[in-house]
Design a binder for this molecule. Structure first.
Ligand code: NAP
Ligand code: MG
Length: 832
């Protein structure tokens, strides 16, 4: 039986002069013999013979004739009017949002020529982050998806050689944060190369030497692997195809997609870049016999390659960038159309049975189907010319032309040019991102702090953490759109999950209502949130070497605890005309009224009624006692009970009782103290103190004194704030506002040296708290590391402009926002 099979195979091979493939057959094990016969069985020997003839013809001279070719005029993306670019981009984004686009990355190759043992996509480009090509592509894809608001299905065409390694790589990297169910890997078909004498070879004694059948094999493979049906089933209307080795490729480029979608006459669109010299090693777009096509540099007649127009531009100068979008029905049609193989002369490495070892021979033939051949089957092809330096940096060799070295530099240059902050941070890719069990409530905000917010996430957090947040957009626009419901929802979510982080938000005044065209002068979000959570705001300055407090005696931070309920913040006030009498009327539960005259006005006046509750004051007191105990610091409480005997007297009494009954013993055990003093006395003592205590203030006092403390300790940009509710829910934020002055500069495209520290510490505070509650030590450690790295960076003299003005350090470097965050992230990456 086995002999029969052997004889049959031998006969078949002899007919094509390939019988050497069975040399040494008798030395193989039974299993190996079976494997070899099966492999040979799968090879199309007639096709190989035909391909060999073609290869020889090919060597004898190009087949393309100059008179067959006519130029193809591209659309120059750079020359499109801004409004048109915007229209096409919007159209592309809409299609993405509607789920009409899928992307396909051709990633069948190995990194051999890059000296990399593994799939090409896993090659580390040598950026500070050590991100692989796959991850760089994924970053860009995710970015577009984020803008569009939908994930694009991502098809990755592997080869038999690297399929498993590719899938493993993605899995090991958590799919780079892309939804796993949106990524589909499929292998492309393989074909055997031939040595210069037309012989097939083996890779091992029992396996044929094979290589992927080229990117044009994509269509066949898509169909064979069931992807075509899947794409059609999902209602995909456009397929964008790109190669893995271009590190500047714009994944899911909306403009590119829009340019095809807007043109009903085009079946597909391709990107091109301008060639620099006639001999440039790239195929060019043109018409051949009236059909769109790409003519390879090896095939194009010299006079065509060199031809220039009156302006001196190459007539055949638009090189194939290897980025296309096809309409899905075109893809379906191409899956059925046969294509012709191209021949490449290459060195082959194979098994030599005589030597029992690997051998190499130059001048072998590899056969590939080229995707652009599909164009000949198209009625029309649109070509979009783009800027080479922005979009084309192929990684083919380790050094020299198309090298990793050049591509890396182009990538860095591009990122810097586009202001994408190509600092170290962007590029950091830790092996395993920290996971979060419970979502953190994320409240996004307005203006410059919204910009800071996004950058902190992108540069400092997301590279290290698999961020798990429940996102609420508290921008003034969204508050307006939701009639402020979003603020209420975010506060309720904080009650549900326990920890929130909030960006600064605009509290609209009349000017803001006009500026943002608001329906209403919405309440301050902080007031809304505090009213729902109740509680106390703790504000602590961040002390750092080189920034000396204005008060020389202060050595340690002074933390302010601000009661966050009632008093003037929920007061009613009104104007009073001369001759009126203002009374305080209290209607008891039984309807009885008690009246106290506030003032009988003989002239015009104003009057205010404010309140607080015993419960809230008690909660405030407990929050302060707990905080002091937790941090092991003294607690001071100040009010003005000599004047407001009842009102502030009540606060004083509540604090005293709770202390005696609940905290005294614990305070004494910890060696810390509590005392009450008048607010004016407190101020004097604060000035003379060394710091290192908690100062509990009533709502208004806390508001005012925290700004005083922030300034005196250095800057409002170095003041953190956390709202702690009686139940222990925490909401972290920066103490400063939305910094509109910097925002307007930013909008004008000017660099800003805005200080992100307080916002960053709001995040680290929240993450650490989340980590504590979840028993997630890694997360806590991460948060503390970020804080430490930030302070060390500033202490080393690298800081934002506001701090540079204050710092007493000798050598200071002012960093812009991106630069600063980038250096923080780089330091964190090193530490973790
Ligand atoms: P602000 O946004 O804090 O800015 C005041 C000034 O302080 C800035 O112009 C800037 O000075 C400096 N500054 C503040 N933070 C800075 C930082 N991180 N880096 C560098 N400099 C910083 O206060 P605002 O202008 O009074 O208020 C603007 C908006 O914020 C208002 O709509 C207000 O409602 C809102 N706000 C919100 C919150 C909150 O959500 N928690 C708190 C306060 C205010 P230079 O211009 O001199 O550089
Ligand atoms: Mg204030």
């Amino acid at each position: 039986m086995a002999d029969n099979k052997y004889n049959e195979t031998l006969a078949r091979l002899r007919a094509y002069g390939q019988e050497h493939l069975l040399d040494g057959y008798e030395t193989l094990t039974g299993a190996e013999q079976a494997e070899l016969l099966k492999d040979i069985d799968g090879a199309d020997l007639a096709q190989m013979a035909e391909l060999y003839r073609k290869a020889l013809r090919h060597q004898q001279g190009g087949e393309v004739k100059a008179e067959e070719l006519t130029p193809l005029t591209p659309v120059d993306a750079e020359k499109l009017p801004a409004a048109e670019r915007e229209r096409l981009t919007k159209l592309g984004l809409e299609l993405i949002r509607e789920g009409k686009l899928a992307v396909l990355t051709m990633a069948g190759g190995q990194g051999t020529r890059l000296g990399h043992d593994g799939p090409k996509g896993t090659f580390d480009l040598g950026l500070p982050s050590h991100k692989s090509l796959f991850e760089l592509h994924c970053d860009r894809l995710r970015k577009v998806c984020g803008t569009a608001g939908a994930y694009v299905p991502w098809y990755i065409m592997t080869s038999e050689l690297n399929h498993a390694a590719t899938v493993d790589f993605f899995r090991a990297h958590g799919f780079f944060g892309y939804p796993e169910d949106k990524i589909r890997f499929f292998p492309q078909t393989m074909i055997t190369p031939l040595t210069s004498d037309g012989k097939m070879q083996r890779e091992t004694p029992s396996k044929l030497l094979k290589s992927p059948n080229g990117n044009g094999g994509m269509f066949v493979s898509l169909k064979q692997q069931g992807c075509l049906a899947e794409l059609q089933g999902e209602g995909i209307e456009y397929l964008m195809v790109t190669g893995v080795d271009n590190c500047l490729i714009k994944m899911a480029d909306p403009l590119f997609l829009g340019a095809l979608a807007a043109d009903n006459d085009a079946e597909a669109i391709a990107k091109a870049y301008l060639k620099r010299s006639p001999g440039e090693k790239s195929g060019v777009f043109c018409y051949r016999g009236g059909r769109p096509c790409v003519v390879e540099y090896t095939e194009i007649p010299r006079e065509c390659a060199e031809a220039t127009d009156a302006a001196g531009n190459y007539v055949y100068g638009d090189c194939n960038l290897l980025a296309y979008v096809f309409r899905m029905d075109t893809v379906a049609r191409l899956c059925d159309a046969g294509m012709e193989y191209h021949v490449a002369v290459k060195k082959l490495k194979y098994y030599d049975p005589a030597a029992g070892a690997q051998t190499e021979q130059a001048g072998g033939f590899k056969f590939e189907l080229f995707l652009f051949d599909a164009f000949r089957a198209l009625g029309s092809l649109k070509v979009l010319r783009v800027k080479r330096e922005d979009e084309f940096a192929p990684v083919k060799n380790l050094t020299g032309e198309d090298s990793a070295e050049l591509a890396r530099q182009m990538y860095i240059d591009y990122m810097q040019r586009s202001g994408c902050a190509m600092d170290n941070a962007k590029l950091i890719a830790p092996k395993n991102k920290i996971r979060m069990q419970t979502p953190l409530v994320e409240m996004d905000g307005d203006e410059m702090t919204r910009v800071i917010w996004a950058k902190i996430k992108e540069k400092v957090l997301e590279p290290f953490i698999d961020l798990n947040t429940e996102y609420y957009d508290l921008s003034v626009q969204n508050r307006d759109a939701t009639a402020d419901q979003v603020t209420v929802d975010s506060a309720l979510a904080t009650k549900k999950y326990g920890v929130a982080v909030k960006c600064a938000t605009i509290t609209p005044n009349a000017a803001r209502v006009q500026e943002y065209n608001l329906r209403k002068q919405w309440k301050s979000p902080n007031a809304t949130i505090r009213a729902i959570l109740d509680g106390t705001v703790f504000r602590a300055p961040i002390l750092v070497k080189g920034i000396t407090p204005l008060v020389p005696g202060w050595k340690k931070p002074i933390v302010i605890a601000r009661h966050a309920y009632g008093d003037v913040y929920s007061a009613v006030d009104t104007k009073v005309t001369a001759g009126s009498r203002a009374e305080l009327v209290i209607t008891g539960p039984d309807g009885t009224e008690t009246r106290t005259t506030v003032k009988a006005f003989d002239g015009d006046g104003i009057v205010l009624g404010m309140h607080n509750t015993v419960a809230s004051a008690a909660n405030f007191a407990r929050a302060c006692f707990n905080y002091a105990l937790d941090k092991g610091i003294d607690l001071w409480f100040s009010a003005k009970d000599t004047i407001l005997k009842v009102y502030d007297g009540e606060f004083r009494k509540i604090f005293a009782e709770i202390y005696e009954n609940e905290y005294k013993a614990r305070f004494e055990a910890k060696g810390i103290s509590y005392f009450y003093t008048l607010v004016d006395d407190a101020i004097a003592r604060v000035m003379k103190s060394e710091g290192g205590f908690l100062w509990a203030c009533k709502n208004y006092d806390g508001d005012v004194f925290s700004d005083m403390l922030a300034t005196a300790f250095g800057s409002l940009a170095m003041m953190t704030s956390v709202l702690v509710s009686p139940e222990g829910y925490c909401e972290f934020e920066a103490a400063h506002g939305t910094i509109p002055r910097h925002y307007h500069k930013y909008l004008r495209g000017e660099p800003t040296s805005t200080n992100p520290v307080a916002t960053l510490f709001a995040w680290t505070g929240a993450l650490a708290k989340r980590g504590e509650l979840d028993g997630n030590a890694e997360l806590v450690n991460f948060a503390r590391t970020v804080e430490q790295c930030t302070l060390e960076l500033i202490a080393s003299g690298r800081m934002t402009g506001d701090l540079a003005l204050l710092s007493t350090l000798e050598n200071k470097t002012v960093l812009d926002l991106d630069g600063f965050l980038g250096e923080v992230a780089a330091a964190v990456a090193e530490k973790l």
